[in-house]
Design a protein around this ligand. Structure first.
Ligand SMILES: CC(C)(COP(=O)(O)OP(=O)(O)OC[C@H]1O[C@@H](n2cnc3c(N)ncnc32)[C@H](O)[C@@H]1OP(=O)(O)O)[C@@H](O)C(=O)NCCC(=O)NCCS
Length: 133
């Protein structure tokens, strides 16, 4: 992905100690969102449990949105998760990403009827990110 697009998910370390705590990054999606003909770029995060609740995912994700919009000039970044993942949704909201329920979708990699199939989609446009800087 780094070779193809110049970006991907990054190993994430604490600034103070360089301890590895998880991953945060942007990547081109491997499937098309419903109604789209171009693969969207998603932002995502996963940290080890002891690092939760300190604002670290949001801090790292902000840096990744800067990268997406200022360095790679992407028009839009999306994020998605299952509806009950409230911490992840809260990170999306703190990044000023917004959700239109009409964009929610069934994840195509999960079998029909799977309890985790439904996903909520959030997005942010380059112009909205830059307006808030
Ligand atoms: C999602 C995840 C990356 C968030 O990391 P984090 O560093 O704790 O995130 P932040 O501290 O930046 O923000 C978390 C927010 O969620 C809120 N939150 C935590 N638990 C919550 C809950 N049960 N209900 C509602 N909000 C909750 C926190 O209060 C915080 O919001 P605030 O700053 O307004 O108080 C982390 O929980 C994680 O790695 N989870 C497991 C992997 C995962 O689910 N990845 C996402 C897949 S889509």
């Amino acid at each position: 992905m780094y070779a193809l697009d110049g970006y991907g998910f990054f190993a994430t370390e604490l600034r103070a100690t360089a301890e590895f705590i998880g991953l945060i990054g942007i990547q081109r999606m491997s499937f098309l969102l419903p109604g789209r003909s171009v693969y969207a770029v998603e932002i995502g995060w996963r940290l080890n449990e002891k690092s939760w609740g300190k604002g670290l995912a949001t801090e790292g994700a902000r840096a990744c949105l800067d990268l997406a919009f200022e360095q790679f000039h992407l028009p839009e970044v999306v994020a998605f998760t299952i509806p009950v993942n409230l911490p992840s949704r809260r990170v999306m909201e703190k990044l000023r990403m917004t959700r239109n329920p009409d964009d929610d979708f069934d994840h195509p990699r999960l079998p029909t009827g799977h309890p985790l199939q439904r996903h909520v989609l959030y997005r942010i446009q380059q112009s909205d990110w830059q307006r808030g800087l």
